[in-house]
Design a protein around this ligand. Structure first.
Ligand SMILES: [Zn+2]
Length: 248
């Protein structure tokens, strides 16, 4: 059966001298694997449409017998050229791709996650506040995958949170009100808690990397096996390098 789908290419690897295996995240079919014959030939019709991090529309053949599908047609929608020129943005996009690759399954429609991912790549490529892209994407994905964190209601008593939470307990599912915190010291700094409140108001975050780190741990713990996400370490290296460079 021929199927048509929008896809974000997550990864590709050589399969033989001339062929490639491409893994892509499809809006309607989740993460799928494709065999692309003669992909390395200069006559390959697909060109950049199957580059990692490209968004394309593909037509593929699903025989129903194999998990590896043949791509018949591919046309590029967006190559996100600007994010490729920026080491940090590129690393952030790779973290997104690797999380999808490791944790999302094939089969069910993941349209909402797809739309958030598409949007995240667009922002990294040419949008405002690219620094917040990864944490906001992880926040949305946690929500889509059934691990939503409560920002507006206290996880203990259900009271509405005014302004910002007195503390934020990832392991308990979100915000804590002042009453429930009582005399205890919060785990997180006031700056962190104010940023938590800014997530839903879409105001600019003051320290998106702090939130990013916590959301990454949260998402990783909840999406099943605690597998390594190598690109996340690479992202930290890129940032450290950029920091050293500015410092010197
Ligand atoms: Zn409470």
């Amino acid at each position: 059966m021929l199927k048509r789908a929008k896809v974000i290419i997550l990864h590709r690897m050589p399969y033989s001298d001339s062929s490639l295996i491409v893994k892509g995240f499809c809006s309607d079919f989740g993460v799928q694997s494709f065999l692309v014959k003669s992909a390395k030939s200069k006559n390959c019709p697909f060109k950049s449409s199957l580059d990692p991090l490209a968004e394309s529309e593909i037509v593929f053949h699903d025989s129903g017998k194999s998990d590896l599908h043949f791509i018949r047609e591919a046309s590029l929608i967006d190559w996100f050229p600007h994010l490729r020129k920026d080491l940090e943005k590129n690393a952030m996009a790779e973290v997104i791709a690797e999380i999808l690759l490791r944790y999302l399954s094939a089969g069910p429609s993941q349209e909402l996650v797809f739309r958030y991912t598409e949007k995240a790549l667009q922002i990294l490529d040419r949008g405002e506040k690219p620094q917040e892209t990864l944490v906001r994407w992880m926040w949305h994905v946690a929500d889509c995958e059934g691990y939503a964190l409560s920002l507006h209601e206290c996880v203990r008593c259900g009271a509405e949170i005014q302004n910002f939470p007195a503390d934020f307990l990832f392991e308990n599912g979100g915000a804590l009100c002042q009453n429930c915190l009582g005399v205890l010291q919060p785990e997180h700094s006031p700056e962190f808690l104010a940023d938590i409140a800014r997530l839903s108001t879409r105001e600019q975050l003051h320290n998106p990397r702090f939130l990013e780190c916590e959301f990454f741990k949260y998402l990783k713990n909840h999406l099943g096996e605690n597998r390594e996400v190598k690109s996340y370490h690479w992202l930290q290296e890129v940032r450290n390098y950029a920091f050293c460079k500015t410092d010197s």
